[in-house]
Design a protein around this ligand. Structure first.
Ligand SMILES: Cc1ncc(COP(=O)(O)O)c(C=O)c1O
Length: 412
């Protein structure tokens, strides 16, 4: 006997990341030599949670009202323009009138609103085969479902053919398509799409929507500011969105958690781009309704903090310098990890940059258990294990591949 409604009986947060992350944190508290490579936050080389000094400085500059008063549901005009400036950078003028912003609690809120308003009940979203598992929970919560496209082709590149096949299948079965692409620094693999792949994706979206079928690209850009290729490359891919036809729309899920290391403040945004003003007006109306009904409004402190950093030239400059430093640290950790993997014959999935490296293996749980005995915590998921390099120093990145290889070999 349960008091839960029928759909809620099966609800159980199966996310390993939170559960195993909590276990690792607990173990590390007891024994500082424990390696915690579980949860997606940035730690410095001394294994302390990384906080940007410029973010702290901006926080100290906020007034009582800016920190504690209610914000508006969509966020202020200043916040919207600040987010647009950050997301579009050199292309701000191109997109300022072709885009709208909705404040959300983290990128998660942006995903939740987007699924809620661009898929009907029972519709399927198209997700990558390797993915951040929470997409599925958000969809279930919205009474929606999913199918997956193969992320990689046989050459280790983006699988455009499978994406196309799946998009047409959904077009046929439900008359609308919502596809999620998490790029750059895809979670969990660290893959980043090439310019050519982005051009093909935008062309495909236009092709599938050319007969009036609504096609929505939900671009999960959580890790965009940690791309190895830098701001100009990532924003020049966004510039491709100006070619979208009227039946297609992009909604970017921006994460203040990752860009500004504001994980617990819970701030993000939906950034919608369309060449059709009606689509943008509809976006505002429906997403304001959803936000008001789910969380009423997003954190005013977070919105004002981000606005302050982006709109104050000295703060923005020092923040960007710090961001470059942390990205460089990540690159160093990644190259160390990959070099050592190569030396010991450990295979990873295609990786470019970001917070995570992923290793395919037959028995991820077995690898997890083996490593826990060696005081190393990683995340087993599906047929891979995920190592959070954003959370471990360079010297640990050097040691870990051999240990993981040892674990895999011991289970064969
Ligand atoms: C791929 C991806 N998307 C979105 C999110 C959402 O993050 P947040 O809601 O903290 O912005 C995460 C967090 O780990 C993520 O890894």
């Amino acid at each position: 006997m349960t008091l839960l409604a029928k759909r809620s009986i099966v609800k159980e947060d199966k996310s390993n990341i939170i559960t195993l992350g909590a276990i690792a944190k607990e173990q590390k508290k007891k024994d500082p030599s424990v390696v915690n490579a579980t949860i997606g936050m940035l730690y410095d080389e001394n294994e302390k949670l990384f906080a940007y000094k410029s973010v702290d400085k901006a926080l100290s500059m906020l007034t009582v009202d800016e920190k504690y008063a209610y914000g508006s549901t969509p966020g202020s005009k200043d916040f919207h323009e600040a987010v647009k400036k950050w997301v579009f950078r050199n292309y701000y003028d191109v997109f300022k009138d072709l885009s709208r912003v909705m404040a959300t609690p983290g990128g998660t809120g942006a995903l939740s609103n987007t699924f809620a308003n661009y898929l009907d009940e029972g519709n399927k979203a198209l997700l990558p085969s390797y993915m951040w598992g929470n997409y599925k929970q958000v969809l279930y919560e919205n009474h929606q479902d999913f199918m997956t496209y193969s992320l990689f082709n046989d050459n280790g590149g983006f699988n455009l053919d499978d994406l196309k096949k799946c998009m047409y299948e959904l077009k046929e079965s439900q008359g609308r398509v919502l596809v999620v692409i998490n790029d750059p620094c895809h979670n969990p693999t660290g893959y980043s799409m090439t310019r050519k792949e982005w051009v093909s994706v935008v062309d495909l979206i236009n092709e599938v929507s050319s007969d009036g079928t609504p096609v929505i690209l939900l671009h999960d850009m959580a890790y965009i500011d940690y791309s190895k290729e830098g701001f100009e490359f990532t924003r020049s891919n966004i510039e491709l969105y100006k070619k979208l036809n009227d039946n297609a729309m992009v909604i970017m899920a921006f994460s203040g958690s990752k860009t500004f290391a504001l994980y617990g403040i819970r701030l993000g945004a939906q950034v919608a781009v369309s060449n059709n003003k009606n689509n943008l007006d509809d976006f505002d109306k429906a997403n304001k309704f959803s936000s008001r009904s789910k969380w009423s409004n997003s954190t005013n402190l977070g919105m004002n903090l981000v606005t302050k950093i982006i709109n104050t030239p000295e703060l923005r400059k020092s923040f960007e310098d710090e961001l470059k430093e942390s990205s460089d640290t990540l690159i160093k950790r990644a190259s160390t990890f990959l070099e050592e993997s190569k030396k010991c014959g450990l295979k990873t999935l295609p990786f470019d940059c970001g917070f995570f490296v992923t290793i395919p293996c037959k028995d991820p749980e077995g690898v997890y258990n083996y490593l826990v005995k060696k005081k190393v915590h990683i995340i087993p998921m599906g047929k891979v294990v995920r190592v959070t390099i954003s959370a471990i120093p360079v010297d640990v990145c050097k040691k870990l591949p051999r240990l993981i290889k040892e674990a895999i070999d011991s289970l064969n």
